[in-house]
Design a protein around this ligand. Structure first.
Ligand SMILES: Cc1ncc(COP(=O)(O)O)c(CN[C@@H]2CONC2=O)c1O
Length: 412
């Protein structure tokens, strides 16, 4: 059954919150999304009825907990169309997944003189792991330039990806510019040079249909909390052939086969990379989040974002003194819009919006090199999701105008 977006908000009690005497308008979904009752209910059901440790218990609760935990993995597998659950590793989030690739695959493969290619629009979690790996190994970190519209300069990408390239790591959707990057084409360019393709899916998996086999990416990392799930659970997808050759990152229980006094052997995939007691309830709740997204449909979610951005972008562009970063064409935008108001620090702008009950983020958005590339210290950022409405968009526009009026003579 496809959920009707017109009455979806009843699943999100938090959207009824009052902030500064105004009904909340939550537009910080790129930071974290709100959680439907069904996800919170999954957590409650687990702890009230099924809680036990997984995989080795022989009692009924342990078997039930294991069944729910592994069923969640299968839901995630199907959601991203991975070939096998062996390719679906539970992590803490996108940051952990990206660090695992650098710490395992990167440490094993990267040598002095090799090149790692990223872009100027990357989030720090898809930049610093590669930067530190390159420093450790004496490898070269290269950045793909952006066009004037804030999209990836693919002509430059073709120049940057060479026979020395071993890793290409790019966000599929950008957390500031709001663009969708052609990672399928980038994977082809990487593979043609014998390199692997790492996709940062933190902003794409929640917003568009992601098919890892169609993309032919080698790794893809994302976070549960950005797609209706709880914080602390995420996923690293990786091709099985790569995982079989990669050394574990953490050692201990769950991930061993035999432990001898002076050496050990590892268990099968995916558990080789899941040392210790996993986030059982988080994974089960992530499975409930996937169920919820599937009931809406990713096509409907993407269409809704396009409709909202097409509605609000022209209204924001019409505000004198407001600068929008990234594509000016709604067709190029996910639901993420970064902007600044002349003469106002983004923190003051966001505080002004909060006084009107509108929640946006302000700062460098964990993308300091991008801020420098854009020539700005920071920006405000509104990020929509399927439970936001055109009325929310109007509240944003009116709050920007009210804040502009409030600060107009430069004094508070
Ligand atoms: C593109 C991208 N990659 C990686 C991450 C890291 O995700 P985790 O923090 O879940 O590991 C984020 C987080 N987005 C930040 C968090 O807050 N606002 C943002 O834009 C992101 O947007």
């Amino acid at each position: 059954m496809v959920k009707d977006l017109n009455n979806i908000r009843e699943d999100f009690p938090i959207l009824n919150e009052i902030v500064n005497d105004e009904p909340l308008v939550y537009l910080d979904n790129a930071a974290t999304t709100q959680k439907p009752r069904q996800v919170v209910q999954a957590l409650e059901n687990y702890y009230y009825h099924d809680n036990a440790n997984v995989h080795r218990g022989v009692h009924t609760l342990a078997e039930r907990a294991t069944e729910h935990f592994e069923a969640a993995r299968e839901k995630v597998r199907a959601f991203i169309n991975a070939a096998s659950t062996k390719e679906v590793l539970f992590t803490r989030g996108a940051t952990t997944g990206l660090n695992w690739i650098a710490a395992s695959y990167g440490e094993k493969v990267i040598q002095a003189g090799d090149e790692i290619v990223i872009s100027y629009m990357e989030h720090h979690s898809n930049l610093v792991p590669w930067q530190q790996l390159a420093l450790r190994k004496g490898a070269t970190l290269k950045y793909i330039k952006l066009t004037d519209q804030g999209t990836l300069d693919m002509a430059d990408a073709k120049q940057q990806i060479t026979s020395k390239t071993k890793i290409v790591a790019i966000a599929q959707a950008a957390n500031v510019m709001g663009v969708i990057n052609p990672v399928k084409e980038l994977a082809k360019l990487a593979h043609a040079q014998g390199a692997i393709m790492v996709v940062d899916g933190a902003q794409s998996v929640p917003n568009i249909k992601v098919d890892v086999q169609d993309l032919d990416c080698d790794f893809l990392a994302f976070s549960g909390h950005k797609m209706l799930g709880p914080t602390g659970i995420g996923v690293l997808y990786a091709k099985e052939a790569l995982l079989l050759e990669m050394p574990p990152i953490e050692f201990g229980g769950e991930m061993i086969d035999f432990v001898n006094l002076f050496d050990s052997s590892w268990t099968d995939l995916p558990w080789k990379f899941e040392a210790g007691t996993p986030d059982i309830s988080g994974a089960i709740a992530l499975g409930a989040a996937v169920d919820y997204l599937n009931e809406i449909g990713m096509d409907q979610i993407q269409a809704h974002s396009h409709e909202i951005v097409s509605y609000v972008l022209p209204k924001l562009q019409a505000i004198d003194g407001l600068t929008i970063y990234g594509p000016q064409d709604p067709a190029e935008h996910t639901g993420v819009i970064a902007f600044n108001l002349d003469g106002l620090h983004p923190h003051d702008l966001a505080t002004g919006l909060d006084m009107e009950g509108v929640a946006v983020r302000a700062g460098h958005h964990c993308a300091q090199p991008l801020m420098k590339y854009l020539g700005i210290p920071a920006a405000a950022r509104a990020s929509f999701y399927f439970y936001n409405t055109k009325a929310d968009a109007d509240r944003l526009v009116n709050a920007v105008l009210a804040t502009k009026e409030f600060f107009k003579d430069g004094t508070i």
